[in-house]
Design a protein around this ligand. Structure first.
Ligand code: ADP
Length: 437
């Protein structure tokens, strides 16, 4: 069985441990990367991508856990072995290029060879070969400040390759480049993987780059939260062993489920799965609409809320068949639903007008009619006053509920508990719809 070229086991990196400024950069991360894979570490800024990349390079030491390169634990390597790893085992490419401005381009590329004691002639030959490959031969005696960003990054790629390492680590390598140069550099990395058979690990936060990789490690808050596979280059036995050990790997079964249930994620496997199932089952039984019919209606509703559509257009769109661009509901349902939404939005209009007395009066009437509540005038006046307090943000939802629920004798409205809950929820929806940043 092919062994992983990189093996990260239960790696945690904590900066300023036990101090007030402690940062948990990586938490219990495990991953195996196999020879000739192209892996992307993807996630928002600060999620720990670079820390993981630098841990793999040996530039960042673990707080706990281990990193093995070609079977050897970096922590047990002697200084000489680490130096060798950086000279010949791993090539690195950075967002900021890090070229030496006082050396010409060819000397920059050859620099990693100087430390290895190769002859000047050999160094230059190898360096020129790489510069020619990347279309930079004519720039060889120029200095970095005479080159464009894209050219400088190609020089730094050439430098990373000069000792022919098996592994290339790239930290946001196109983060500083215009889109054309970026594409060019990404294409070079892809060729290095496919033609030169290098193992590539790239850090990026740009979703457009993900298609280049064989495998994508989605990271969040110092952990790998999902693994996405475009092309599985891992040995079969390893994949199976990995799947058994790592329930988060996406199986076909989960993939297919994710197509129907858009909110379903592999992380829900385990503790989160039962609440998700319960929610879906309730939605399914209480509504005979499909996920697609709901999603499509949501989009029309967005248009309505953005005021791009009228309520009549909204109703028509709900009723229209899928093939005609509608949400595929039936006419009766579309009409009663739009009526309900229309009434709600009319209240939002009143609220937005800003006259609180008028708004409270209008919302009171709306609630009485919506929940078919009948009250003596005196109690209605109380309800009106409580609604006004909520509209003016003088009480929160819990405060409103408490007043609606309290017995009439004690100054409340004395509503039946389920009505109180629905009433308060409706109120919060109105407040949310009215809210504008
Ligand atoms: P990414 O590459 O995903 O943007 P990083 O790995 O750079 O994330 O950083 C992960 C977290 O660790 C961040 O909160 C960052 O501020 C913190 N961090 C990184 N380096 C250091 C350091 N040397 N000292 C303290 N905190 C650090």
């Amino acid at each position: 069985m092919a062994e992983p070229i990189i093996e990260v086991n239960n790696l945690s990196v904590i900066y300023n441990k036990d101090k007030s400024n402690e940062v948990r950069s990586l938490l219990d991360v495990s991953v195996k990367i196999y020879p000739q894979e192209y892996v992307i570490m993807y996630g928002p800024s600060g999620c720990g991508k670079s820390t993981l990349l630098y841990s793999i390079s040996g530039l960042q030491l673990p707080t706990s856990g281990s990193v093995k390169i070609e079977g050897k634990d970096i922590a047990t390597m002697k200084k000489k072995e680490i130096v060798q790893l950086h000279q010949t085992g791993i090539g690195m490419i950075f967002q900021a290029f890090y070229l030496i401005s006082s050396l010409n381009i060819l000397d920059n590329v050859c620099l990693p060879k100087v430390f290895r004691g190769d002859s000047r002639k050999d160094r230059k030959e190898e360096g020129m070969k790489l510069l020619r490959r990347f279309g930079l031969a004519e720039q060889s005696d120029k200095f970095s400040n005479q080159l464009s960003g894209g050219q400088q990054q190609r020089v730094s790629i050439a430098r990373s390759l000069v000792n022919n390492p098996n592994i290339i680590l790239a930290d946001e390598p196109v983060g500083n480049l215009d889109s054309e140069s970026a594409e060019n550099v990404l294409k070079i990395l892809k060729d290095l993987n496919e033609i030169d058979k290098k193992t590539i690990i790239m850090v990026t936060h740009n979703p457009e780059h993900l298609i280049y990789a064989d495998r994508i490690l989605h990271m969040k808050d110092g952990r790998i939260v999902e693994e996405e596979i475009n092309k599985d280059k891992r040995p079969k036995e390893a994949t199976q062993a990995d799947m058994a050990a790592n329930p988060e790997t996406i199986s076909d079964e989960i993939k297919l489920l994710m197509r129907t249930f858009k909110n379903f994620s592999p992380q829900q496997v385990g503790a989160m799965l039962v609440p998700f199932k319960a929610k879906q089952l309730i939605a399914h039984v209480l509504s005979d609409l499909t996920e697609e019919q709901i999603t499509s209606a949501e989009n029309f509703l967005k248009n309505l809320l953005f005021k791009n559509d009228t309520i009549d257009a909204f109703s028509k769109n709900l009723d229209l068949d899928f093939d005609e661009g509608g949400a595929g509901w039936n006419k009766m349902r579309a009409e009663s639903f739009s009526q309900r939404i229309g009434k709600t939005l009319a209240q939002v209009e009143v609220l937005s007008a800003g006259d609180m007395n008028m708004a409270a009066k209008s919302v009171s009437e709306y609630m009485l009619s919506l929940f078919k509540i009948e009250l003596p005038d005196e109690i209605k006046a109380r309800m009106y006053a409580f609604i006004k307090l909520r509209l003016e943000n003088k009480i929160d939802s819990a405060g409103l509920k408490q007043r609606l629920d309290a017995p009439v004798k004690l100054g409340g409205v004395g509503l039946y508990k389920p009505t109180v809950d629905k009433f308060a929820k409706e109120m919060e929806i109105l407040m949310l719809l009215k809210y504008s940043a």
